[in-house]
Write a protein that binds this ligand. Structure first.
Ligand code: F6R
Length: 601
């Protein structure tokens, strides 16, 4: 999704802005732009590119602009096609006020035809109404000596929709920023300050971060940060970000995705460490619930589906799972449930809406997220942090695995099981990092071989049953989004109810064959698939020799009790997706048409 950055300080802004933009490239973009206030000419200069930020850097390498205030933007088109004229920043008619914006102004057409009908618009974007509106407000302002901040404050109530925005104005030695339903942070430096839609953009400059809250307006100058909300000054806590820039970089791996899969064991350790101590298991929140509703999108939704099996198995507490985008407009009956929103970024618009809806209905809400201070944490009553560290690859990997870990922790916290059984389960859980590592160390070479084979096909099915059905769905999503192979996940017993019609020798089927209570039934399903001529790759446990009689290829995962098998199975499927995409030469970290954080409905 779009990213915005800003800088005010004593150093040259241009390079800092360009570098910050490069650090949030992972969010996905189709065009980009920067603006610097040239202190020599007292002018503001903007540059836009339809290519990459690297290209924009190259174009500007000989530029003579010298300025210590700058803003930048990566755009992911929502209104108006990707083009230079639609790239940000956007200006008022006099070219004196410039805005970069992340979000959507829903009533932009109304504003264009109403109060702004005399303005000349130079783009098709919704954003452009903002600088015009600020300009008009400044001109009309009844407040004597109205400041840019006053004008921004006066304008914002006229904007319907979501925004994180940075406003620069000719001759003004600072930046005005504001947020509503879109994330925005301020990186605090020494005689300089940074603004960005995401922490990695500023992490090479500072780890001191202020998360702006809903409705905040701030004036950021080189040695001051003034924040107000509802027209009154407010203080926001400065948070020290525990990640280093190395954490957020590739660390020698070719792709963030591979690095992040290799970090799965560590992410599990970090997450467990946060909640399991010698004193036992403590999630830090009150968990007296008779039923749970989980809401999420995409991969996080699959983790919720898996969480349902896990929690119902361990705790016998009923769990319902809804896609956030469906739940928001449904007549779902929320009777006294605890609503848990699972979201890696904590910024997914549909999931945030679902949280708000649950709150309106008086439900207790919990956010399960990876991002400290993200919007979800501010909306929900409580938060459980998964500790995956920064996840840069667009495809979620390590965040998915620790979302699963959270379900085990929830299940065990809610379980009413004898002490000894609980201890055994916790011991199982503590073995998960080791099992994940065993897949990475022991099976990667074989997975690469299977991936080369898979990369030749255009259609693939993934099947699983029980707690591994959501893992089959996750395997299919991961494969399709990064390798562009059409992949579908199914319950193994369902193929015969329709999809069998598609099975041929050219549709490999990846079958998760965990030795659980329905192993024999899944094996029957595999035989049915084989009988239709489709090649089968099994994900099977080490020591299960039986399986080789029925399938064409095998990927081995270490044996564990069935309820915990999603962990090693997931690692194997994440690696399979990665290596298949690699064999097809795909751009793995930034798949086409996708963005890391989906902040629009
Ligand atoms: C797929 C993927 C997406 C996200 C989805 C929700 O690999 O990453 O499907 O899972 O956009 O994002 P979060 O978890 O940030 O709410």
């Amino acid at each position: 999704m779009c990213g915005i950055v800003g800088y005010v300080g004593e150093r040259e802004a241009l390079q800092i802005i360009l570098n910050s933009l490069q650090r949030i490239e992972y969010r996905g973009y189709d065009s980009c732009g920067v603006l610097v206030q040239d202190s020599n000419e007292m002018e503001i200069h903007a540059h836009k590119s339809m290519k990459s930020i690297a290209q924009l850097k190259k174009n500007l390498s000989k530029s003579k602009y010298s300025g210590t205030v700058g803003i930048g933007h990566t755009r992911w088109a929502t209104h108006g096609v990707p083009s230079r004229r639609n790239a940000h920043p956007h200006f008022d008619s006099d070219g004196e006020i410039a805005v970069v914006h992340n979000g959507i102004i829903e009533n932009f057409q109304e504003l264009k035809e109403g109060p702004l009908c005399n303005c000349i618009f130079k783009s098709d974007t919704d954003t452009e109404v903002i600088p015009h509106l600020i300009h008009q407000t400044l001109k009309k302002s009844l407040i004597k000596n109205a400041t840019l901040k006053d004008a921004v404050r006066e304008c914002l109530p006229h904007l319907k929709g979501s925004y994180a925005l940075i406003v620069a104005a000719k001759g003004f030695d600072g930046l005005v920023v504001a947020r509503k339903d879109s994330p925005l942070i301020i990186g605090v430096g020494d005689r300089e300050n940074f603004i960005a839609s995401d922490v990695p953009a500023v992490l090479d400059q500072t780890n001191r971060v202020i998360y702006l809250e809903e409705g905040d307006i701030a004036v950021v100058k080189k040695d001051s940060i003034y924040i107000e909300n509802d027209a009154a000054e407010v203080k926001r806590e400065e948070i020290l970000i525990p990640w280093t820039i190395e954490d957020a970089e590739k660390g020698g791996y070719e792709h963030f995705m591979l690095k992040e899969i290799h970090e799965e064991p560590k992410a599990i350790i970090d997450t467990l460490r946060g909640y399991l101590s010698e004193d036992g298991l403590n999630l830090g929140l009150e968990l007296e619930v008779s039923s749970i509703l989980m809401v999420a999108c995409g991969t996080s939704y699959y983790s919720a589906l898996c969480g349902k099996y896990i929690i119902e198995h361990l705790a016998k507490v009923p769990v319902q799972v809804e896609l956030a985008s469906e739940f928001n407009y449904s007549d779902f009956v929320l009777n006294n449930m605890m609503v848990m929103a699972i979201t890696q970024s904590g910024e997914t618009a549909d999931t945030l809406m679902a949280l708000k809806k649950a709150k309106r209905f008086g439900c207790k809400t919990v956010a399960i997220t990876n991002v400290v201070g993200s919007s979800a944490t501010r909306i929900a009553d409580d938060t459980i942090y998964v500790r995956a560290g920064p996840e840069i690859g667009v495809a979620a990997t390590k965040s998915f695995i620790v979302q699963l870990i959270t379900s085990y922790l929830l299940g065990l916290s809610l379980a009413n099981m004898p002490g000894r059984e609980l201890e055994e389960r916790i011991a199982d859980l503590k073995r998960m990092p080791q099992l994940a590592q065993l897949v990475i160390d022991g099976e990667d070479a074989n997975i690469q071989k299977q991936a080369r084979y898979l990369s030749e096909y255009d259609n693939v099915f993934f099947v699983g049953r029980g707690v591994n059905l959501p893992i089959a769905l996750e395997g299919a999503l991961k494969l399709k989004e990064i390798s562009y192979i059409h992949a579908e996940g199914y319950a193994a017993g369902e193929l015969k109810h329709g999809p069998f019609a598609l099975l041929t020798k050219d549709t490999p089927v990846i079958a998760i064959l965990t030795r659980d209570n329905i192993y024999e039934k899944t094996l029957v399903n595999v035989k049915e698939i084989k009988a239709r001529g489709a090649p089968v790759i099994a994900i099977a446990e080490t020591g299960d020799d039986e399986v080789e009689k029925y399938v064409d290829r095998v990927i081995r995962v270490p044996r564990t009790s069935a309820i915990f098998s999603p962990i090693p199975n997931t690692v194997a499927l994440h690696l399979l997706a990665y290596w298949t995409a690699k064999a097809r030469g795909c751009e793995i970290d930034k798949p086409r048409n996708l963005a890391k954080s989906v902040t629009v409905e």
